[in-house]
Design a protein around this ligand. Structure first.
Ligand code: KIV
Ligand code: ZN
Length: 507
């Protein structure tokens, strides 16, 4: 039987310590609700004494969250503990988390306290927290650079005072897996009463080892992992929740542990955090990066199309990503190209397919990545020679914070020049409304996304829109250095696709 590993999420506390990741109360509550949906065991909602804003956010989260425990962080002093309790006391399952440093470096330069004093403060703080709630966690900050006998003595004092969780942080991300595993094993042997409490670990990623260290700790007796979505957190961040959860799941043959996390919510949660914090997920990030399930090489693409197991150790669907993506480029073969054409909704004769494939290879020699927009233009304009019904001729937009956004658009529709002007809530909205007026179309905009495909303020922006009409959805793409023009191109591209489907495919 697999043993349970508790997932303690600290995205809202340590994660918020990432430079630039400050969130407001509404955003924090939204994240907490998503974390509860993901089924994390504990949500560390914040550090209530650090600011009025944090206090308010923790209080609000405590009111809203019903299933997960809600933890508030407090240094080992009465004011912090009382304030943290004030913030979390409304929670159905509150938890107080108090900490003090145990390394010689921190004692000498930061706390300026003796070892004896630190032991007393740890015990006193846990006892004070315990008066409020039985759920008290104690952390020995900078544990991995601490003297093991002293660390054991502090943990023992915290357990005697009533802590039910003892957390061992690698605060500065200094440990390596074999060493960290050994530390956890030694503490389990040395510390009296440790068998009665949950051992937790909290690893930072300064050497890129946070997930590996957490796994080593689990293999040596830790039963709780502190982590954050997308691995955000102080400096290089913390153990990434999605990585540790999927490592346990994917390698359950070796790691006989499981968590309560519902993995199909991982991708959406990652995107939500990225959107709110403005911290972009690197494309090659494990589990949730844009390339995590994207296969570029022809050999890999061929393998994936024959049998996914060839190059995928977990399915994209299991983490909530809808589909494996094959990035088409010059290394792609016929198999991947045929598959993409089918996905885009086109059925080609062998002769037409060959013509499209030859053209694709010519373009791929010049362009690093071939977008769906390129393939569609090969198929529709060059192979099937279907005239595009709608063309953008001219676009002028007036916008700003003192004027009503207005768009003037000139288009060619079935060979005729038409022009209109219209207002909107913003420049993109005004543009789309005016295009709709000219084309008299009824499509509904389902999704709109902008992506910078080159860097700098003069970057090429790529816009993707998803439109729906009578149950049919199409994706339109457009690229330009002006994002409003890119948006107009994407919208018109999607309208042409709807037209094409209606005329040629009868859908
Ligand atoms: O990194 C650390 O030591 C912490 C503690 C407060 C647990 O974040
Ligand atoms: Zn930390």
């Amino acid at each position: 039987m697999a043993e349970l590993i508790k997932i303690f999420d600290t995205t809202l506390r340590d994660g918020e310590q990432s430079p630039g990741a400050t969130m407001n109360v509404t955003e924090k509550v939204r994240i907490a609700e998503q974390l509860e949906k993901l089924n994390v065991d504990i949500i560390e909602a914040g550090f209530p004494i650090s600011s009025e804003g944090d206090f308010g956010a923790v209080k609000e989260i405590a009111k809203k969250i019903k299933r997960s425990r809600v933890a508030g962080l407090a240094r080992a002093n009465p004011q912090d503990i009382d304030r943290a309790w004030e913030a979390i006391k409304g929670a159905r399952h509150p938890m107080l988390h108090t900490f003090i440093s145990t390394s010689d470096i921190h004692l000498k330069y930061q706390l300026k306290k003796s070892k004896e004093e630190v032991i007393k403060i740890a015990a006193r703080s846990v006892a004070r927290a315990k008066r409020y709630t039985p759920n008290v966690e104690f952390s020995a900050m900078d544990a991995t650079r601490s003297d093991i006998d002293f660390l054991s003595a502090v943990c023992e004092a915290a357990i005697q005072a009533g802590a039910i969780t003892i957390n061992i942080p690698d605060t500065v991300g200094y440990a390596i897996p074999s060493e960290f595993g050994e530390l956890i094993r030694t503490l389990r042997q040395k510390v009296k009463g440790i068998e009665k409490v949950t051992m937790s670990v909290h690893c930072h990623n300064d050497l890129g080892l946070a997930v590996a260290n957490s796994i080593a700790a689990i293999q040596n007796g830790a039963r709780q992992v502190e982590c954050t979505i997308n691995g955000i957190g102080e400096r290089a961040g913390n153990t990434s929740l999605e990585e540790i959860v999927m490592a346990l799941r994917t390698r359950k043959d070796l790691l006989r542990f499981e968590s309560r996390i519902i993995p199909k919510h991982l991708f959406a949660t990652s995107r939500l955090i990225s959107k709110i914090t403005g911290m972009v997920v690197q494309p090659n990030k494990a589990i949730v990066g844009a390339n995590a399930f994207a296969h570029q090489s022809g050999i890999h693409q061929d393998g994936i199309l024959k049998e996914k197991l060839t190059y995928e150790i977990m399915t994209p669907e299991s983490v909530g990503i809808l589909k494996t993506s094959l990035v088409l480029g010059k290394l792609s073969g016929r198999h991947a190209f045929r598959d993409r054409i089918k996905d885009l909704g086109y059925r080609l004769s062998e002769k037409d397919f060959q013509q499209a494939f030859d053209r694709f290879k010519q373009i791929a020699d010049k362009k690093r990545e071939i977008f769906d927009e390129d393939i569609e233009s090969i198929v529709v304009e060059e192979v099937l020679r279907v005239p595009r019904r709608y063309k953008l001729i001219y676009l002028n937009v007036v916008a700003g914070n003192v004027t009503v956004p207005t768009a003037t658009v000139q288009m060619e529709v079935d060979g005729k020049l038409l022009q209109e002007a219209g207002f909107g809530d913003g420049p993109v909205d005004a543009t789309f409304k005016t295009i709709t007026k000219i084309t008299r179309t009824k499509a509904k905009l389902l999704q709109f996304a902008i992506n910078a495909i080159t860097s700098g303020t003069e970057a090429q922006g790529e816009v993707t829109v998803r439109l729906e009409e009578k149950g049919q959805t199409v994706i339109g793409q457009g690229a330009d250095t002006d994002v409003i023009v890119a948006s107009a191109k994407a919208y018109i591209n999607a309208l042409n696709k709807i037209e094409f489907k209606k005329q040629k495919l009868g859908v």
